[in-house]
Ligand binder design. Structure first.
Ligand code: S3P
Length: 173
């Protein structure tokens, strides 16, 4: 049994939405690393970036990931940039199954357009976001399962991960 299921993917890929559904479905706990970081810092992620820096946020993120992966039976939704750190990747993989929620650029742009909570997208031109999206793709490829979420509802994504979990369990027997 993998200890945890970790969801990775670009901003707007549905990690939190799908993660919540999956956790409820499995009867597992749900943790969103961004939410945990914000709660512990006493301010939203965008304020951590503004008042401190991205580097400061990444340090909090690394510490939070290291702690979170020691949990069990937990669905862990991560921030889109968590995969940039090899230390995080190592922690996320250890004993867990990692799922990459793939999202094409147009869908990511459409899903993130209305929120102002994402400091890396704030005030950025679509071409800059496109560059970031392209740059990020290779970092998600270590995942055990890749799911293209553009054509799937959150319920379908959760169901597909649940199905994969059954197979992973069967392989362990
Ligand atoms: C980030 C994604 C955000 C959050 C922070 C940085 C990134 O999380 O961690 O703003 O570098 O892609 P979501 O992917 O949940 O939006």
């Amino acid at each position: 049994m993998p200890d945890n299921i970790v969801l990775v993917g670009f901003m707007g890929s549905g990690k939190s939405t799908c993660g919540r559904i999956l956790a409820a479905d499995l009867g597992w706990k749900f943790i969103d690393t961004d939410e945990l970081i914000a709660a512990e810092a006493g301010m939203p992620v965008k304020e951590i970036f503004a008042r401190h820096s991205e580097v400061y946020f990444r340090a909090l993120e690394q510490e939070t990931v290291a702690r979170t992966v020691t949990f069990s039976r937990t669905v862990i939704a991560t921030g889109g940039g968590v995969v940039l750190s090899p230390v995080n990747v190592q922690h996320l993989r250890q004993g867990n199954k990692v799922v990459w929620l793939q999202v094409d650029l147009a869908t990511a742009l459409a899903r993130t357009r209305t929120t102002e909570e994402r400091p890396l997208l704030q005030g950025q031109k679509p071409a800059d976001i496109a560059r970031l999206w392209r740059h990020r793709q290779k970092y998600y490829q270590f995942a055990d399962l890749w799911l293209n979420t553009a054509t799937m509802s959150p319920d379908e994504v959760a169901a597909a991960i649940k199905e994969a979990l059954k197979q992973w369990l069967a392989e362990l027997k």
